[in-house]
Design a protein around this ligand. Sequence first.
Ligand SMILES: [Zn+2]
Length: 650
Amino acid sequence: MKTNKITTLLIGFTIVANAQAPKQASTFTQKSNEAVYSKLNFDDTADFTDAKRGFIATLPDGKIVSKTGNVAVNLNDFAFIKGKSPATANPALWRQAQLNNINGLFKITNGVYQVRSLDIANISFIETKTGYVVIDALTIGEASTAAYELVKKHVANKPILAVIVTHTHGDHYGGIEGLVSAEDIKSGKVKFITPKGFYEEAVSENVLLGNVMRRRAGYQFGLGLEKSATGQVDVGLGKPFLSGGSSSLLQPNFEVEKTGQKITIDGLDLVFQLTPNSEAPAELTVFAPAQKVFFSAEIASHTYHNVLTPRGAKTRDAKAWAGYIDEAIDLFGDKTEFIVPSHTWPVYGHDKGITFLEKQRDLYKYVHDQTVHLANKGLNKDEIAEEIKLPAELSKEWYNRDFYGTVKHNAKATYQFYLGWWDGNPADYDKLPQVEAAKKYVEWFGGEETALKKATESYQKGEYRWVAEVLKHVIFANPENVPAKNLQADAFEQIAYQSESGIWRDLYLSGAKELREGVIVPKNPINRAAGFLASLTPEAIFDYLSITVDGNKAAGKEISLRFVFPELNKNILVYLKNGVLHQSQTRVNDKAEFTLAISKAKFVELLTNPENARTILFSEGVIFEGDPLKFRELAGVFEPANPYWNIVTP
Ligand SMILES: [Zn+2]
């Protein structure tokens, strides 16, 4: 909503003039990173061979310009990632970052092509007699168009007959309109295939929780970071360009209902496997029998994935996840020669592919089983995270490393999945809120000065995790304490430099940057809001509005409004009662104080441009009756979300 933008301007620009720059690696960090070289097999370069295999071409200048004119993707930004890792990066992550730098159009086997690393995710093209079936649509339309252009130029100029979106995450569906038009999907001319429940789940995640997840995703994907040896290098899954471009969510016209379901498109046979609540609430994998290709979506990739993504989401079911990989081996294993994940590069060869699937399966199952095992022994989630170590036969495989998800945070996620956030100790059950507790801690530490002095000593001993924890109290007791913020930033930074996980690196570096400079506001955020609201049903819009209600303002008010959407033949009674905004299509004839007949498009306009309310309400086709003050009164209980809420300070 418009009001969000105003809030953004107000809170956004608090950049401190003399903010500290990123520091170099400490001797502790240098040693920790150097040790990685002896722990893992850097002589094994098979991944580089596979990632380069079948290369055809890439973007000549490495750039994709968005419709609004900014450079949304610049592959040259990551050209600094080459050779031996700098002391400020974990060597294993640096290696993964080099692999994810390999970009362009690749031929996997006859009739199967993939464009990689023009976006965080991959896009695959299967050639049919007269066109292409596309798997996944990238984040922004500008990137999917660029990928399709490469295919048209270097393979064959043919139309897209179908788009399969494997799951509900924006990096797989957002760019669909760069490939095909919304009209062609609506008319059925182009098939848009998704797992069942796709649309509802995508809406629920992105609309209801959109604000908080976007802010946290900014940390996870390091959106405000420089791309450099002391900044962003990779998120483990790929490169997070995410600076501008257009994205939309469309309704599918074909939903896959069950595992084993087959479809033939222009002579191309495909078989689907549904994998709900694995990496996404609605997800599928695809097998192309004639081509012997298994498209594994995100249930198997060249990294350990997230059982719970740090941006926040419903916790995923690790046991089911392992089960789906096992099921895929049963269903498609015999006939598979190529495994093509939606992120990272393919696995070539049958035997290698089966080993890859088995070891990915056992990675998820091992951490799941051991978490439950240790929970039953009475360890809490932090203790379990410290305790679990993968067996060497799993941990030595590059694709099982912590590049994206980590053993530590996935163990905590599994604990939470079964047992919730609490560990059973009453001392942790009703803790003081963080600011109140922080003030007491600092008082008991003997004041800020003493706390900072002790924290400095710990920092000099390389105890970065402890420094980060203890200084949180000082900063939350007094957010104006610049030396405390700078020292916590330094500790975050060293943790980041040592992290094998790209997203751990990003979230610690983002925290460090905001401690030094204040809240980071991205320059060219992806334009989702308008297109997104327009793609919602009125019911979903009212669901969204109900979570924007400020309960305190709504308390004691009773207001009923009737909305008529003539083109949808839909009447909805919306009423505020007991501090809650309800909607009903069964009680639509109950008394309403105000009735508004309006097209959905104009209603969306009203929500996104409330300052033009008068013009919209008095425009052609809009009819209202009753007391307009009631409409205004209802509008008054909505509170716009703050998109750039403080994270590292209170
Ligand atoms: Zn993805």
